[in-house]
Ligand binder design. Structure first.
Ligand SMILES: NC(=O)c1ccc[n+]([C@@H]2O[C@H](COP(=O)([O-])OP(=O)(O)OC[C@H]3O[C@@H](n4cnc5c(N)ncnc54)[C@H](O)[C@@H]3O)[C@@H](O)[C@H]2O)c1
Length: 264
């Protein structure tokens, strides 16, 4: 294994997986460790965070698990403080947490609208608020925000709060990227397309007649003929986290098998 992140410290919010298998955050956390980073696996679900940490430790990597809710500023600060206590710095901030909420303005409750914005957008404002001061101190850092191609295209689901919050996340990414471009901190977004991760079986399958229908439709609509996997997102994240991408900042990078280019 190459050591593209040797001596770096990565904090991954949403490092667990919502069910069996490989979610985007879990794969990114494990991949960062495989590339030599010390990884802080943060998740709302303690068991999920510990599972990711244990995978990394079993592979001979370095990791700690922390429980925190990304909508809670105090809990985020606590996770960041613990990271600094243990590892002394933060090189990579990876914001993976995101949730879908189906329904348009009429169907969606006001409460769910607020939750959608809070979890998908405000959370990244909060993690950046607490992490960036540590990056400016070191004069370097890479922030990776997991958005979605739903932020730039209608992709077949009626979840405007998700689309709108992710679109705002892209512009938050671009705006902060420019603010910190001359201070060694890069900020980029990854826009996954249709990925075969545990999340879709919990949050998307209700939009179809059956799980089999969902899988077939998501394969069919992707120009490459199949969904991506969490490792496709993780590999892009490693590139953006590493110094190989040192002249890249403010981009929204689709990882989608070409889907965002093709009209539906
Ligand atoms: N799977 C896809 O097809 C797809 C497509 C486009 C974008 N995405 C994006 O990928 C990201 C999620 O990918 P995943 O496969 O890792 O999802 P996942 O749901 O498997 O994992 C997310 C993790 O976040 C944790 N989490 C949820 N709410 C939290 C909170 N408030 N605070 C802290 N942790 C919390 C969950 O416990 C879970 O372990 C999201 O941002 C999603 O919008 C996914």
């Amino acid at each position: 294994m190459s050591q593209r992140l040797k001596d770096k410290v990565a904090i991954v919010f949403g490092a667990g997986s919502d069910g069996e298998g490989w979610g985007n955050g879990k794969a990114a956390a494990v991949k960062y460790a495989q590339e030599g980073a010390s990884v802080v696996a943060v998740d709302l679900n303690q068991q999920a965070a510990e599972e990711t940490r244990n995978i990394i430790l079993e592979e001979g990597g370095i990791s700690i698990a922390i429980t925190a809710d990304v909508t809670n500023s105090i809990q985020i600060k606590n996770a960041v403080d613990k990271t600094i206590e243990r590892f002394g710095k933060i090189d990579v901030l990876h914001n993976n947490v995101g949730i879908t909420k189906m329904g348009g303005p009429v169907e969606l409750s006001e409460e769910d609208w607020k939750v959608g914005v809070d979890v998908n957008l405000n959370s990244v404002f909060l993690t950046m608020k607490h992490v960036i001061p540590h990056m400016t101190k070191n004069g370097s850092g890479s922030i990776i925000n997991i958005s979605s191609i739903a932020s730039i295209r209608y992709i077949g689901y009626d979840y405007p709060v998700y689309a709108a919050a992710k679109a705002a996340l892209n512009q938050l990414t671009a705006s902060v990227a420019i603010q910190y471009a001359d201070q060694g901190i890069r900020v980029n977004a990854i826009l996954p397309g249709f990925m075969d991760t545990p999340l879709i079986y919990k949050q998307i399958s209700d939009a179809y007649d059956s799980v089999e229908d969902m899988i077939a439709a998501r394969h069919a609509v992707t120009p490459m003929g199949h969904m991506g996997t969490a490792w496709d997102v993780a590999n892009a994240a490693v590139f953006l986290a590493s110094d190989e991408s040192k002249f890249i900042t403010g981009v929204s990078l689709p990882v989608d098998g070409g889907q965002s280019i093709r009209s539906m």
